[in-house]
Design a protein around this ligand. Structure first.
Ligand SMILES: [Zn+2]
Ligand SMILES: [Zn+2]
Length: 264
């Protein structure tokens, strides 16, 4: 039995394929204990083309996942989540932050002061910037994200490395501060295997960060960031092995915004 895959998308975001039912069937086939959806919450009109769902589709997304949850009630628990961009955009409907229908909210940083640093189209900007300053800005936003108290899960913790740009420093102080703050607030850091499919070719976060998380007793959970059904549980054996090696014996599940432990 595999534990959970909590980071998956739907075609509503404009860059994923396959129906939610196909993702769920893939999770059942791969012996998952649970599957959760976390499609991209709406960004403003000028930013969302091919990136997030439209605001009009948010209710549709929620009702589709709720219907699948009922449909698979006797087969596998289906969780409802949202991947929300931090900092929040002014257009973001804050009612979602307290919406009792969600099992968890993932907070993710894909933008540094409006620069969509993880988009291939905007990656050239890295060459113009001081890489350590980029990392410093990124971890500053992540610290605010955690301290906002809005989220249950921190998405792809070191996404800034996606295209292989490495800081000269390790940012251990910033990472330890983040780990401690997550532990204090009972927020889980996601071990996200999508990085293996990107130029950086490694899991988010890096091994030394997983060690720092364990030292601080920071909860963790698992996500493939699947954008098609075939990616459900992608490379989870490697991810689970890393967690065990660091000392973890359990990961986190969520129901109605409450965290619980699942034995690894
Ligand atoms: Zn993301
Ligand atoms: Zn995602």
């Amino acid at each position: 039995m595999r534990p959970v895959d909590y980071h998956t998308h739907t075609p509503l975001c404009g860059h994923a394929s396959g129906t939610p039912e196909e993702y769920i069937r893939a999770a059942v086939d791969r012996s998952f204990a649970e599957i959760g959806f976390s499609d991209h919450a709406p960004l403003p009109e000028s930013m969302r083309e091919g990136i997030t769902m439209n605001p009009e589709d948010a209710e549709k997304y929620i009702s589709v996942i709720e219907a699948e949850r009922d449909h698979f009630r006797d087969t596998i628990p289906v969780k409802l989540g949202f991947e929300i961009d931090y900092p929040l955009q002014p257009s973001f409907d804050r009612r979602f932050l307290a919406d009792p229908r969600f099992d968890y909210l993932i907070g993710s940083c894909h933008y540094i002061d409006g620069w969509g640093f993880d988009h291939p189209r905007e990656a050239a900007e890295f060459e113009k910037r001081d890489i350590d300053a980029v990392y410093a800005d990124y971890y500053r936003i992540m610290y605010d994200l955690v301290r906002s108290g809005m989220f249950n899960i921190v998405g792809h913790f070191d996404l800034v490395k996606k295209f292989g740009h490495r800081a000269k420093g390790a940012f251990r102080t910033e990472i330890a501060r983040l780990a401690a703050e997550c532990a204090r607030r009972d927020i889980a850091v996601e071990i996200n295997t999508a990085g293996l499919r990107k130029p950086v070719s490694e899991i988010y976060p890096s091994d030394y960060i997983i060690e720092i998380l364990f030292e601080h007793n920071t909860p963790v959970t698992l996500g493939s960031d699947a954008h098609e059904p075939g990616e459900i549980g992608y490379a989870f054996d490697a991810a689970i092995e890393k967690l065990r090696k660091a000392g973890y014996t359990k990961i986190s599940g969520f129901s109605k915004r409450r965290r619980y432990d699942i034995l690894l």
